[in-house]
Write a protein that binds this ligand. Structure first.
Ligand code: NAD
Length: 476
């Protein structure tokens, strides 16, 4: 029988527990019970982590790429071996169904495998000049990285922070979310157990603003990478700018879904309804604003509501659950505020709209339709299990609505028309566009947004290159 693991910091390869440290409780969002106590790093802990990271970087950057690759492959194998236990802890702290937690953990290992392979392909290039001179473009790891990960994908978000950095030859200090610490600790521990030195990969917790100010206030850190809200992303980007650290920002979205009358409507419904309620809608690439050509609006609306009403909601540890609780009481409050405001503005509530029970943070799968543009939910990321279904007339209006918001992370389109697919690819302002499918993430493809959804990419070759700088050596 699995149990929720002990929680600690990992600094210099040492597990540092409560001792005299301040601490906070970790809550199971399915029951509201306290399941763990998490130590907060002291100022001295953070200074030690920085000192280690500086030393670790000097060593790791010189470690041959094939040695880095084989170590990271071993860490990926350990994560796969431990996926059952890691997923149990992840479900307890975050709420998602166990199968999803396991899938996320295996995917985290697959991402590390991809990065391990990629770090052997970090070639430079030679520019040959007519008179025998040449210039060599070299790639070097940028330096120690500070990563801040959100709670919605407790293992994957952490792997996205540490995987690219380690592959590039950087040391990294990661702060997983204090709300979902165990899966992040497990990612770092697997790297340590595989042979990544203890001063190269470290894990800290604390009051987020204190930790980020402390780490970003140090000139040791040369890159910051963050997943979370646009508001916090802007704040961290400003802190990074004070020392001209490079930054990768993976922030919020407001996924538009353009459904044209020539689409395979049943496939669109099956794919997008499942996608909407995955992880209770707490996904930065979640489909949110469904813009549906009016000829097929009623069919799509009725099919979507029927599917929303069939979603099995319950404790993620129980068999057959498709949606767990929201990860925190904050999420429930946001849902209540945004759906209430939408109704006041004249939106129709087609299903859901209520909290389920009074234990834990469960919310009904919710569908709103005919939501006016001035409703808050049309402008703010709901980050919850709610879909907005709006009838639209014509491609131009649909593209204009898709691009109306300052966000540009993931977008989705359903159409059979080849020329239209090309127009959408050219016109939609987003970092990722899925056409006739729901997948916008793959280990070998860059993942990231434009506009207020952030900048820089994780995953793919770009995820490693984001931790590197060029040096051009001119000769002759
Ligand atoms: P948030 O931005 O306050 O917190 C997200 C994560 O960032 C948390 O893990 C938190 O510990 C960390 N964080 C917060 N302040 C920080 C700081 N000063 N320095 C370093 N780390 C910091 O968001 P939230 O309240 O958890 O959720 C609110 C909204 O954020 C959501 O509605 C959604 O729009 C967005 N969000 C996006 C993602 C994503 O995947 N892009 C993930 C989580 C939240």
């Amino acid at each position: 029988m699995a149990s929720y693991p002990d929680l600690h910091l990992l600094i210099g390869g040492e597990k540092l527990g409560l001792e005299a440290r301040e601490h906070e409780d970790v809550i199971d969002p399915a029951t509201g019970e306290t399941i763990g106590t998490l130590p907060r790093a002291t100022e001295a802990d953070l200074d030690a982590a920085l000192e280690n990271a500086e030393r670790g970087f000097r060593q790791w950057r010189k470690t041959p790429a094939d040695k880095r690759a084989s170590t990271l492959m071993k860490a990926a194998a350990l994560i796969k071996e431990r996926a059952g236990d890691i997923a149990y802890g992840l479900t307890r702290e975050q709420g998602k169904p166990l199968a999803e937690a396991k899938g996320e953990t295996i995917y985290s290992a697959m991402l590390l495998e991809f990065y391990a392979g990629e770090c052997k392909r970090l070639y430079g290039r030679t520019l040959v000049r007519p008179q025998g001179q040449r210039a060599e473009v070299q790639y070097h790891p940028v330096g120690p990285v500070a990563g801040f990960a959100a709670w919605n994908f407790p293992s994957l978000n952490v792997m996205r922070k540490i995987g690219g950095a380690l592959a590039a030859g950087c040391s990294v200090i990661v702060k997983p979310s204090e709300e979902t610490p165990s899966a992040g600790i497990a990612m770092v521990q697997a790297c340590l157990d595989a042979g990544v030195p203890g001063d190269v990969v470290q894990c800290v917790f604390g009051v987020p603003d204190h930790v980020s100010r402390h780490l970003l206030g140090s000139s040791v850190i040369r890159k910051v990478t963050f997943t979370g809200s646009t508001a916090v992303g802007k704040h961290l980007a400003k802190l990074a700018a004070d020392d001209l650290k490079i930054a990768t920002m993976e922030l919020g979205g407001h996924g538009p879904v353009l459904v044209f009358k020539d689409a395979d409507i049943d496939k669109a419904l099956d794919t997008m309804a499942a996608n909407k309620y995955r992880n209770a809608g707490q996904v930065c690439v979640s489909p949110t604003r469904f813009l549906i050509e009016e000829d097929v609006f009623e069919k799509f609306r009725d099919g979507f509501v029927a599917r929303a009403e069939k979603v099995k909601v319950g404790n993620g540890l129980e068999d057959g659950m498709q949606m767990g609780p929201m990860a925190s009481a904050r999420g429930l409050e946001r849902m209540e505020g945004l759906t209430g405001n939408a109704k006041e503005k004249g939106a129709k509530l087609l299903t859901g709209g209520e909290r389920i029970g009074n234990q834990g943070f469960f919310h009904q799968p919710t569908v709103l339709s005919e939501v006016p543009t001035d409703a808050e939910i049309m402008n703010e990321e709901p980050f919850g299990p709610v879909a907005i279904l709006n009838p639209m007339r014509g491609e131009d209006a649909m593209i204009a609505e898709a691009n109306r918001l300052p966000y540009g992370l993931a977008a989705y389109a359903w159409t059979q028309d080849g020329a239209r697919k090309q127009r959408l690819a050219a016109e939609i302002e987003a970092g990722m566009l899925a056409i006739n499918g729901g997948t916008v993430s793959a280990v070998d493809a860059p993942f990231g947004g434009v506009k207020w959804s952030g900048y820089g990419s994780e995953d793919g070759r770009e995820g490693v290159m984001a931790c590197m700088v060029t040096k051009t050596v001119h000769e002759g």
